[in-house]
Structure formats: C-alpha cells, structure tokens
Write a new protein. Sequence first.
Length: 101
Amino acid sequence: LEPLAEAGVDAVVLGCTHYPLLRPVIETVGARMFPSGLTLADGAEATAAELATLLTERELRGAGPGGLEMLVTDLPDRFAEVASRFLGEDVEGLAVKQVDL
C-alpha cells in the first residue's frame, strides 16, 4: 500500500477475487498509512447483489439448493489447499477445474 499512499490515492477497487479476503488486513494497514482515510470498493459484493436482483426479476432463481463448481487458472490442488485455509472449511472434495483463459 505504500506506493498508493505516496501517490495520494484515497480509494482502491478490490478488483481481484482474493482481495476481499484480504480486506481486513488492507483496512488495518490502510488506517495507519492513510491518515485522511482510504475508501475500499469491493466489486464482488455489488456484482453478486446485481446478479441476485436480475435473477429474481427474470424469475430465474432456483428454488432448491444450488451446486458449486470452482474454475481456477492456477493449479487446482493448490487452490483447494489455499481456499480451505481462507474459508475455514474443506473444499478439497469439491469439483475444482483448471481453465485456460
């Protein structure tokens, strides 16, 4: 965050999928480094909320329990290990597929 503070930045968009997981750390460090405050914008939350609204409006929301399929650009085994640590639950038994973008 130091280069951002030196550049006078006052807002940061958490634009990568793992940044929201780091939000508490960014807020703690940011409070010390940005005396005037630092605004964090999390696009993931807004995107999920908008998707929920659209699915409801178009009557496309499923009534039953959904499924989970994880697509990763990194190594699937590595992802499962790290995701399990971050989420606090075992995801290694779930379907994790590697995709090439």
